[in-house]
Design a protein around this ligand. Structure first.
Ligand SMILES: [Zn+2]
Length: 88
């Protein structure tokens, strides 16, 4: 039996998993499955939003808004939407 503790639930059957580039956690089987779902959700959201964000940024950049400012806006809107979900 593997006695490495899970970084998330502290059970004693974890193995290291790099589930995002540069992000390694020791995870038990249940937390490994959850991490895979979280990663899939992240990839799905990015695929859904990328075309809309690219079109929006091209539009507002052509209108004179700097890309750095648009990037900041994307970050603040994403944080706000995340907070809205957390408040539910
Ligand atoms: Zn776990």
């Amino acid at each position: 039996m593997n006695i490495t503790p899970c970084d998330r639930c502290h059970s004693n059957n974890a193995l290291p998993l790099e589930h995002r580039p540069g992000h390694t956690e020791n995870l038990c089987p249940a937390c490994t499955a959850r991490a895979a779902l979280e990663d899939a959700a992240t990839l799905h959201l990015r695929a859904l939003l990328a075309p809309a964000v690219a079109a929006w940024a091209q539009h507002w950049n052509a209108a004179g808004v700097r890309l750095d400012d648009l990037a900041d806006t994307v970050g603040s809107v994403a944080a706000s939407l995340g907070q809205d979900l957390s408040d539910r």
